[in-house]
Ligand binder design. Structure first.
Ligand code: PLP
Length: 445
């Protein structure tokens, strides 16, 4: 089952799934590129999760084949390779050494991934009391949380005050009235608008203050005796233009200067999300890091002592999760003069594939033969894949070239970790959260 927000983690891997070399799993150590303190924390986190460490000769796909071969595999399941999360963290810390990631929990609140990130010392971007409580339940203190929601309910502000949240974002005057009433001591971060107009998901229409609003919003905070301590932006999720980041940093500098001139003690710059890692399109980390590092040097030199954080979601969550679905329905039909195939699988747009709608995702799928290297016979045929519900909209792929499949054959969906399970529903009685998630850690020596 996908871990729920509060349940204790009890992840066990049945013996039947043990792969080559896994009998003596080597816990992570400093040879994995971590300092010894971090290596110890990560090793403890992984062993507390009982994650299956796979040796270098083993793989996620081989593990998935062992799940399938067991004979009692459900209609669909995930394999989550936590090594992908660690790798992303390594690349982040070497590419953006001045920027502390505050992982955006909304993207995928998977408790095992959060535990790993917490052990690596990241902070967390939370947008609701439930997310704050989830992160707190891992032993993360309020100083490692930013309540990065510009428009909060009064009761939620009271909750944040109760647990000692020290940073929150705002971009309207009305928000300041609620904060003055419920948490006047919190450090305010003014969110400014700085869009990558080509981002996959625009956020700037809803959040982020326009330039002409900065001064009145800062003055409104001053008038209420509140402390503005930082500036944030989000260029848009799934950004595609690396140049959007330095443009946003330059804008943030202007807002910083304005706030400093008004007497605020400005000490936080929050670079938001939008980092894709370029698996399914979007900016590469190398391009963003090059652009951001020089923009930071120009506008926020290290000597100034401003704390720089960011709120990456997709970057950490996307690569590690692979979904496997069994074909449980089939139709053969001629369409527009072409022999076509139609298959049904157990996950759909009301489940993990809600990303097709809300995240404007483009999914990849391939046939996953039970025997490695096996090839389904016959030509590739134009294929439609449906989700399990009765809704016609629950259609995942159209015209996708796949070999002829039979009931019981498997499909593999890579890079399914971002904005997938997080927003799945139980529409039509198909509970998308009731999916098995197997946790592995690839690459052991
Ligand atoms: N921060 C905020 C306030 C967001 O709304 C989001 C996503 O919507 C994120 C961070 C994470 O963005 P991404 O997954 O693109 O990094």
């Amino acid at each position: 089952m996908a871990p729920d927000a509060t349940a204790p983690l009890a992840l066990t891997i049945p013996d039947a799934l043990t792969g080559p070399g896994a009998k003596k799993p080597k816990l992570i150590d400093s040879s994995d590129g971590l300092g010894s303190d971090a290596a110890f924390r990560v090793a403890s986190a992984l062993s507390s999760l009982n994650v299956q460490r796979l040796c270098a000769a083993d793989s996620v796909d081989a593990f998935a084949r062992r799940v399938i071969a067991r004979g009692d595999a459900p209609e669909h399941f995930y394999v989550f390779d936590l090594a992908a999360v660690l790798e992303r963290w390594r690349v982040w810390t070497t590419s953006l050494p001045r920027v502390t990631p505050f992982y955006a929990v909304k993207c995928n609140p998977d408790r095992a991934m959060l535990t790993l990130l917490a052990s690596l010392g990241t902070g967390f971007d939370c947008a609701s009391p439930a997310e704050i409580e989830l992160v707190r339940s891992l032993g993360v203190g309020p100083e490692r949380i930013i309540y990065a929601h510009c428009c909060k309910m009064q009761a939620d502000i009271a909750h944040a005050a109760g647990v000692g949240i020290q940073l929150t974002t705002y971009d309207t005057e009305a928000e300041l009235d609620k904060i003055a009433k419920g948490h006047p001591d919190v450090g305010l971060v003014l969110r400014i608008r700085a869009d990558d107009v080509a981002a996959r998901c625009n956020l700037g229409d809803k959040y982020g203050s326009e330039e002409q609003e900065w001064e009145p919003l800062l003055a409104a905070a001053k008038a209420r005796g509140l402390s503005v301590v930082g500036i944030s932006f989000h260029v848009g999720s799934g950004a595609t233009n690396p140049a959007a980041f330095p443009i946003a940093v330059a804008k943030a500098r202007e807002a910083f200067n304005m706030a400093q001139a008004m007497g605020f003690n400005m000490r936080v710059l929050d670079l938001g999300g939008g980092y894709s890692g370029n698996l399914t399109g979007g900016v590469t980390m190398a391009a963003v890091a090059a652009a951001l590092n020089s923009a930071l040097e120009e506008h926020f030199p290290a000597a100034e002592g401003v704390r720089v954080i960011a709120e990456p979601g997709r970057y950490f969550a996307e690569p590690g999760m692979t979904l496997y679905t069994r074909v449980f329905g089939k139709r053969v039909r001629e369409r527009a003069g072409q022999d076509s195939r139609y298959y049904w699988v157990a996950d759909g747009v009301y489940g993990s594939m809600n990303c097709l709608i809300y995240d404007h995702a483009v999914l990849a799928v391939r046939h996953f033969p039970e025997q490695e290297g096996a090839v389904a016979p016959g030509p590739l045929l134009p294929t439609t894949i449906y989700g399990p519900t009765c809704d016609g909209m629950d259609t995942l792929m159209r015209g996708c070239p796949l070999p002829e499949l039979q009931l019981g054959d498997w499909l593999q969906w890579p890079s399914m970790g971002a904005y997938t399970l997080a927003a799945g529903s139980a529409f039509n009685g198909f509970d998308s959260q009731a999916v098995d998630v197997h946790y592995v850690f690839t690459g052991a020596q």
